[in-house]
Design a protein around this ligand. Structure first.
Ligand SMILES: NC(=O)c1ccc[n+]([C@@H]2O[C@H](COP(=O)([O-])OP(=O)(O)OC[C@H]3O[C@@H](n4cnc5c(N)ncnc54)[C@H](O)[C@@H]3O)[C@@H](O)[C@H]2O)c1
Length: 259
């Protein structure tokens, strides 16, 4: 296998592995030799991903839990170290979708959910992952932000606030741990074909054609992303040979941010 994409002997933790990007990334990394620690709050989705990656002969451990719970974040890193002896990479991907409402109608519970899952989930993850990856001699963390982490997101202010915070955590982790050979980066996808979008209120019928016409209007490529178009960039950002990219938030957006 090309060493750029060879994850043999790398132990990788992925949250939100039961669906969408997390499930597809688990398969992409399993196919490239990784050992996986997979987590999700959705036990059925997680079971399905675990069964799929086992077909690659992958060594895998799993834990059901809520990323907003600090004890779950610690338990995941303990699991990696106890079962596989090390943690090399982590992908803080679990997240909840925006509730669509204008900023002047923000509900306290919506803001709480966004800050708990999308912010604390990343912050607690990094709290335990960074020392463990340092102990393993270095590696990388990839946090999943969004285009809503780079610019305003009309009708999704709480989500935008949370995804901007993910970039703040990413850059701070990169500054604090870069000298310890741990790279911390964020990916910022535009709308993509995952259940979060296809089953959202905005696209109730769930067809890609409707998603493209409703969501991709201002996008130079005139379509939302296919799942693999985001996951392939995640793999490239995690590559063991991508050794000098640190502290960046990369837009994968069909040219939206070029407008
Ligand atoms: N799909 C998109 O268009 C898009 C665009 C930009 C960013 N994102 C981000 O990508 C990430 C993955 O989303 P996706 O599109 O694959 O959606 P998805 O809904 O298919 O997957 C999200 C996964 O996270 C899990 N999850 C939710 N809350 C959790 C919690 N509290 N604890 C543990 N697990 C939890 C869900 O069970 C699910 O398996 C999210 O952070 C999302 O905000 C998605």
């Amino acid at each position: 296998m090309d060493s750029l994409l060879d994850f043999t002997d790398k132990t990788i933790l992925i949250t939100g592995a039961g669906s969408g990007f997390g499930a597809a990334l688990s398969c992409a990394l399993a196919a490239r030799g990784a050992t996986l620690i997979l987590a999700d709050i959705n036990a059925a989705g997680l079971d399905e991903t675990v069964a799929t990656v086992k077909a690659f002969g992958t060594e895998v451990a799993m834990l059901v839990g809520n990323v907003a719970d600090e004890l779950h974040a610690k338990a995941l890193v303990d699991l990696a170290q106890n079962q596989f002896g090390r943690l090399d990479f982590a992908v803080n991907n679990a997240g909840v979708a925006p509730n669509m409402a204008p900023i002047h109608q923000t509900l306290s519970e919506v803001l709480d959910l966004q800050l708990n899952v999308n912010v604390k989930g990343v912050a607690f993850g990094m709290k335990y992952q960074l020392p463990a990856i340092t102990e393993a001699g270095g590696g990388a963390i990839l946090n999943v932000s969004s285009m809503a982490g780079i610019g305003g997101a009309p009708m999704a202010s709480s989500y935008a606030a949370a995804k901007h915070a993910v970039i703040g955590l990413t850059k701070t982790g990169a500054c604090e741990f870069g000298g310890k050979n741990v790279r911390v980066n964020a990916i910022c996808p535009f709308f993509s074909q995952t259940p979060m979008v296809l089953e959202s209120d905005a696209i109730k019928s769930g067809t890609v054609e409707e998603a493209n016409s409703k969501l991709a209007q201002g996008c130079p490529m005139k379509r939302i992303a296919e799942l693999d178009e985001i996951v392939n960039v995640m793999v490239m950002m995690l590559s063991p040979q991508n050794t000098y990219m640190n502290g960046v938030a990369i837009a994968v957006d069909g040219g939206m941010s070029a407008m």
